[in-house]
Design a protein around this ligand. Structure first.
Ligand code: AMP
Length: 421
């Protein structure tokens, strides 16, 4: 060991287990690709203002969790704590809104938050992000939610739940906010919570402490104070979800960690994860474009945590993306056979057969061990005596059957055996 370790709250994803990470990541994004969402990639860091304005100054993420630094040119940059704000910045910078709407995009990549590490909560993690921008349509909200659900279903997950609510918008949230502030003002709260109640009263509803929860029993809820337009929107979203075969649980106290959410708001939670039960979440964000200096355009999207979803997959005992290993493995003995093996493996790979051989001087025993570990269904051993006879020994690992195959026919024989004629 060098004495150097991965930074606190981060971890390495190593082979062979890493295929499971890739399996989860790719299964979560497949429904988005299939639905015609376009891939977008933006930098892992942005001007700090993108998040300060986009995520919201009053949020924990912005106040306590951002990796913010000045670069050598004196610019304040921040490692992205989430992907949406950066995608919105790109959407605005490149005026994607001047083309056909909605603009549907997805991305996947690293996010960074200075959080207290625990199981399922890391300082570096990976999010899959899905966004539909520029159109306000309950059917689009339902589409986005359903695509998220599809990813979990495709993984084989069953112990997850969709929590759903509406956070209203400009037509009703300000009035509701006043109601809630007045309600909270009468409660017995500590100084910090009282301050929070003034800046972001909705967050107090989410306070997990029993002494706070005990006082919130009859707190006014946003869903009971929606305007006619936001109520109609929410009703339509639920109708479309029913049509799409998506079940949900009403969660009138659902509050999300980021400030920009409006109207349809949701979270995906999983039973098997303990305290960090959220595997994804999202919602509408009518104010985000304007907050970043763009036109007044709506959007809806979600972020799913790949790492936490992988934990959920494990909790349900599912085996996603297990490494298939190689199909063919060549064991050469001696320099001449080695040259043949390298050429054969190269040809097989070009022909689309997953093939491998041994490197370094491993001896017969070591080489056979490597062949075994490779998971290959077919192994060729080319010994010195074989070579003198112009053959290699082809072994079918499923039957144990071994045949001597002329060297010139090995490629065809392996190809036939592994991918068919
Ligand atoms: P958020 O952007 O906070 O709504 O998070 C969206 C999803 O990202 C969550 O549901 C988690 O699956 C994942 N996530 C958020 N923060 C972390 C973290 N610190 N470590 C691992 N996953 C996270």
């Amino acid at each position: 060991m060098s004495g150097l370790t991965a930074p606190k709250g981060t971890f390495d994803t190593l082979p062979p287990d890493s295929t499971r990470f890739l399996g989860v990541r790719d299964t979560l994004t497949a429904p988005l690709r299939q639905a015609g969402y376009g891939y977008i990639e933006t930098p892992a860091f942005e001007d700090t203002a993108v998040f300060a304005r986009g995520v919201g100054e009053s949020t924990d993420v912005v106040q306590k969790e951002m990796y913010t630094f000045d670069d050598r040119g004196g610019r304040s940059l921040t490692l992205r704590p989430e992907l949406t704000a950066g995608l919105m910045r790109a959407f605005l910078e490149h005026r994607l809104y001047s083309g056909a709407l909605p603009v549907k995009i997805w991305s996947v990549g690293s996010a960074f938050r200075y959080e207290r590490p625990q199981a399922g909560r890391y300082r570096h993690f990976t999010q899959v992000d899905c966004e539909a921008l520029g159109v306000d349509d309950p059917a689009l909200d339902a589409e986005v939610v359903a695509l998220g659900v599809q990813g979990f279903r495709d993984l084989g997950l069953t112990d997850f739940e969709l929590l759903l609510t509406s956070l209203g918008d400009d037509t009703c949230r300000p009035q509701y906010r006043e109601l809630l502030v007045a309600y909270l003002a009468k409660l017995d709260l500590d100084e910090e919570t009282r301050r929070r109640a003034e800046i972001n009263p909705l967050r107090v509803l989410d306070d997990k402490r029993p002494e706070v929860q005990a006082q919130l029993g009859d707190a006014p809820l946003m869903v009971d104070h929606l305007s006619d337009s936001t109520r109609a929107h929410y009703d339509a979203v639920r109708q479309h979800l029913t049509d799409l075969g998506v079940a949900w649980t009403e969660a009138p106290r659902l509050v999300r960690g980021l400030d920009y959410y409006t109207k349809t708001t949701f979270e995906f939670v999983h039973d098997g994860l303990g305290a960090q039960s959220a595997i994804g979440g999202g919602g509408g964000y009518a104010g985000l474009s304007a907050a970043l200096g763009g036109p007044d355009l709506p959007g809806i999207g979600y972020a799913v945590g790949v790492d936490r979803t992988l934990l959920a997959v494990r909790a349900e005992g599912l085996d996603v993306g297990a490494s298939a290993g190689v199909q063919a493995f060549v064991v050469p003995l001696g320099a001449e056979a080695k040259r043949l093996a390298v050429r054969l493996v190269g040809q097989l790979r070009q022909a689309g057969v997953a093939a491998d051989t041994v490197y370094g001087d491993r001896g017969l025993k070591g080489a056979m061990k490597a062949a075994d570990r490779s998971g290959a269904s077919h192994i060729v051993v080319i010994g010195e005596r074989d070579l003198a006879e112009g053959v290699g020994q082809l072994k079918d690992m499923s039957t144990g059957e071994q045949t001597a195959v002329p060297v010139a026919d090995l490629f065809d024989a392996l190809k036939r055996a592994t991918v068919g004629p």
